[in-house]
Design a protein around this ligand. Structure first.
Ligand code: AMP
Ligand code: MG
Length: 533
């Protein structure tokens, strides 16, 4: 597609966005234009128009994402841009479509899924030549909507908007969120699938990422035996999203690319584990091929350290996607991707190297991350036992993960005292019962840290750079939602601001680092979430 209109392709100050839609241009689209649920074969995308909404209003935006797209505040407040972010109008160069993918959900192959409520707007190119896919989540039905409405509720949109940005500022690869727009319409949801549907306010998030391609895009083509299109999608993805991959014979290139995917996924998982992030729905359709955190649904943050915890009520019985299982699930998901890619290569066993690499990189990154969290300059073999004993103690004593690691920097290595970490306990009885265990563990830890030999101030500063003070605790997100549903959106802005500097002490903002209050322990939205969004 050639850009012809100089009015919008020119790099002048008042231009909005410049588009270069390679996914559309280089991959086959669906010839059928009917916007109704159906199977789509032989195509990677279907053209689809967003369904306009009644009264779009920009609730919040991310200034960093706007800046990355060369959008200043003046441009962002323009009605035509807000209309575009609501799916009510297109900007020049935008072309709207939904992409076709499948996936394994909860361990089972389910066939075609696709963008059922996400509509892509095209690929924006900024002044530095960086490419970003823009995607509206909740912009109306597509051929992939199955029986659902293509919409999203305000509560889940607030959660996605805030967490995308929070993850980025924590230094974790993620899709981003440019904007949160209220639609002025309601959406019917039965939050706990128990026969109590209610009208909820609707919203649309504009998500931004270099690529929204998922493992499931490749899996679906392989499952259908469409090897020609699978090969095209692989070639396209490598060319557009992995340009640094060295050239080589096709099977070598495929294997090298898979190794890179495995490495990125390993790094991502080590990040999730180091901050206590639980994705909640690690189905293969929710796994990014470029290694980003993607699809913020019933995710949650570990409060009291519990390896078996899952925020997702749909997964409460089997706990497939609980905190501790995430690294193994990512490996399982990579195996499913390898199954799909193996249909393209005579040397399918070459892909095994990628899976081995996943294990190595994950182990290395995990050790490095936890050495840093403990304030140690390098990981030593015996540290595994020290950390394992700590995890067990934290689990039994119900110690808050974020508070503990932040507090550990304050421990005096000459006189380690469990009192320094009192604030990390949820329960006074457990604090008392495990005080001597914690003192003993701290003595071992202090000996190890003294041997590491870093000056105290340096050690504390280094720990504070990796142990966040502020994370999007589940109850904080829920408070922002409760208030927004009552018309007060202030807390969305406050959280967005606080979470921009998660590793810094922010005087006056202690409330945003408080551990989960008692009322939130078993409240919906705070400790348990459904997929209904
Ligand atoms: P998720 O569990 O959010 O990863 O979604 C799984 C599949 O269901 C994807 O194909 C989504 O596009 C689709 N989906 C989820 N919610 C909706 C909705 N409200 N309308 C249409 N499709 C949806
Ligand atoms: Mg999904």
């Amino acid at each position: 597609m050639q850009r012809r209109s100089s009015s919008w392709s020119g790099r002048t100050d008042n231009r909005m966005l410049v588009f270069d839609n390679r996914f559309l241009r280089e991959l086959p689209g669906d010839a059928d234009r009917r916007n109704e649920p159906r199977q789509v074969h032989g195509a990677c995308w279907s053209p689809v128009d967003p369904t306009p909404v009644a009264a779009p209003r920009l609730i919040a935006h991310s200034r960093e994402v706007a800046a990355a797209l060369d959008l200043n505040d003046d441009l962002l407040s323009r009605p035509e841009l807000v209309a575009a972010l609501a799916g009510n109008a297109l900007l020049p160069g935008m072309a709207t479509y939904a992409s076709c993918y499948g996936g394994h959900q909860f361990g089972h192959w389910v066939g075609q899924l696709g963008d059922g409520r996400a509509i892509l707007l095209g690929e924006a190119i900024n002044r530095r030549g960086e490419r970003f896919e823009l995607q509206l989540k909740g912009a109306g039905p597509t051929p992939y909507s199955r029986r659902a409405d293509g919409r999203a509720v305000l509560r889940s949109s607030i959660r996605e908007f805030l967490c995308s940005e929070a993850m980025h500022h924590l230094g974790i690869p993620t899709t981003r969120a440019l904007s949160l727009v209220a639609t002025g319409e309601t959406v019917v949801r039965d939050m706990f699938y128990d026969g109590h549907p209610v009208d909820e306010p609707g919203a649309i998030v504009c998500r931004v990422a270099p690529s929204f391609t998922r493992f499931g895009h490749f899996e679906l083509l392989a499952a259908r035996g469409d090897q020609a299109l699978l090969q095209r999608l692989v070639d396209f993805t490598i060319a557009r999203d992995f340009p640094e991959l060295p050239a080589g014979r096709p099977e070598e290139r495929l294997a090298a690319w898979f190794v890179e995917i495995c490495q990125r996924t390993a790094r991502l998982l080590a990040h999730w584990m180091r901050v206590g992030f639980v994705h909640g729905v690690m189905n293969t359709d929710n796994m990014s091929i470029i290694g980003l955190t993607i699809d913020y649904g019933p995710y949650g943050w570990v409060d009291n350290f519990d390896p078996g915890w899952t925020p997702n009520t749909t997964d409460a019985a089997s706990r497939r996607y609980c905190f501790a299982r995430q690294p193994a699930i990512a490996h399982w998901n990579l195996e499913r991707l390898a199954d799909a890619l193996s249909t393209l290569t005579p040397a399918a066993s070459d892909l095994a190297a990628g899976l081995e690499r996943y294990d190595q990189v994950y182990a290395g990154e995990f050790c490095a991350a936890f050495a840093a969290k403990l304030g140690l300059r390098a990981w030593q073999h015996d540290d595994a036992q020290l950390l394992e004993d700590l995890f067990e103690l934290m689990r039994l004593a119900e110690i808050d993960m974020t508070e503990f690691f932040r507090g550990l920097a304050q421990v005096d290595l000459e006189r380690p005292d469990s009192a320094t970490l009192q604030a990390a306990f949820y329960r006074a009885d457990l604090a008392q019962r495990f005080a001597s265990d914690l003192t003993r563990w701290l003595a071992r830890y202090a000996a190890r840290a003294r041997q590491d030999g870093q000056p105290a101030a340096q050690r504390a500063a280094a720990m504070n750079r990796v142990n966040p003070r502020y994370v999007l605790r589940n109850y904080l997100a829920q408070q922002a939602i409760d208030r927004a549903e009552q018309g007060d959106e202030q807390m969305i802005h406050e959280l967005l601001e606080v979470l921009r500097q998660p590793y810094d002490e922010q005087p006056g903002r202690q409330a945003f680092s408080a551990k989960r209050p008692d009322w939130a322990r078993h409240r919906a939205g705070c400790s348990m979430l459904s997929c209904s969004s």
